[in-house]
Design a protein around this ligand. Structure first.
Ligand code: C2E
Ligand code: MG
Ligand code: MG
Ligand code: MG
Length: 285
């Protein structure tokens, strides 16, 4: 998708995101330049074990620090990266940054497991798994320290190809998470056969469920089916204490959302966790 050519930067300063989008021309060349110059940076959003209140890793989320338009969010460039066939290159850079954080992670903090978003189209090229393994191997990181998140709406392969691709990921040792569950085509029935380790329930269910009864019944069913299949449930988009309490009571294992923390740069994530641990220690002292 090509947008209008860029206007003068003075024109876009202080404008809303949609105005910025209109004036942003994310061309193939600008993405290639961005990849070459390492303009794609990562933030990390904490995941919390709702049942124990412990830190349970983080999700790696990409941002693009452009020289011409400032900081862009994934919604402003991911589709274009995909359309220009540059997703595999971006995924490798994001995965490398996630691995670098695992290497640099302070030893006194609980060990770090990171989620990384991948596009389903990356699964069609089986060479990608080897590339990802190399990124990990060169840093002495085990695949079990990485959870690959797949958005179910991006599944392009048929059921059998998907099953084979996910099986390859599991054999390689990666955790596999189904992202935005409930918005796409994967049914609870398919969960029985797909070798996934984690189910990320879409944000849209979370908020509706704590306020309305019908979505709550759906959510309850998803959590219970996943539990019986020994698949970890994650609720994304937890924004309020009501959301958190509600999901905890339903037996959801892990929570993620603005209520706990926004996505943070690596150094801020470490500070955030230290602060959180100090608060927990003083509560229990
Ligand atoms: P996602 O994987 O479902 O990630 C969750 C998105 O929800 C993130 O948006 C996150 O900042 C946002 N979020 C987290 N907590 C809350 C909350 O409490 N309330 C609300 N309203 N939003 C919350 P972000 O970072 O803009 O990413 C959007 C999407 O872009 C991601 O959705 C993912 O599908 C895609 N994406 C992000 N990074 C990558 C990447 O490295 N590779 C690929 N292929 N896709 C990525
Ligand atoms: Mg995700
Ligand atoms: Mg998600
Ligand atoms: Mg979502």
């Amino acid at each position: 998708m090509l947008l209008d050519p860029p206007r003068k930067s003075a024109h876009t300063r202080g404008c809303s995101v949609s105005a910025l989008m209109e004036s942003t021309s994310v061309t193939q060349e600008s993405i290639v330049e961005g990849l070459k110059n390492h303009e794609f940076i990562t933030c990390f959003q904490p995941k919390i074990d709702l049942q124990t209140d412990q830190f349970s890793g983080a999700e790696t989320l990409v941002r693009w620090q452009t020289p011409q338009w400032g900081l862009l969010q994934p919604g402003q460039f991911i589709d274009q990266v995909q359309a220009y066939g540059l997703m595999d290159a971006l995924t490798c850079q994001v995965l490398a940054q996630a691995c670098d954080l695992i290497v640099a992670w302070p030893r006194d903090l609980p060990s770090l497991r990171l989620s990384v978003n991948i596009s389903a189209t990356s699964l069609q090229d089986s060479e990608n798994i080897n590339r990802w393994r190399e990124i990990l191997d060169s840093r002495w990181i085990l695949p079990s320290q990485i959870l690959l998140e797949l958005t179910e709406t991006t599944f392009v392969a048929n059921d059998l190809e998907l099953l084979e691709a996910l099986t390859r990921l599991r054999i390689a040792g990666f955790g596999v998470s189904l992202d935005d569950f409930g918005t796409g085509f994967t049914s609870l029935k398919q969960l029985r056969t797909l070798p996934v380790t984690e189910l990320k329930i879409d944000r849209s269910f979370i908020h509706d469920a704590s306020t309305q009864s019908r979505p709550a019944i759906v959510l309850d069913s998803i959590i219970n089916v996943a539990k019986r299949l020994r698949i970890t449930t994650v609720a994304e988009g937890i924004e309020t204490i009501e959301d958190a309490t509600y999901l905890t009571d339903l037996g959801c294992k892990i929570g993620q959302g603005y209520y706990f923390s926004r996505p943070l740069p690596a150094d801020r994530l470490i500070l955030w966790l230290r602060q959180r641990q100090r608060e927990q220690d003083s509560k229990h002292a």
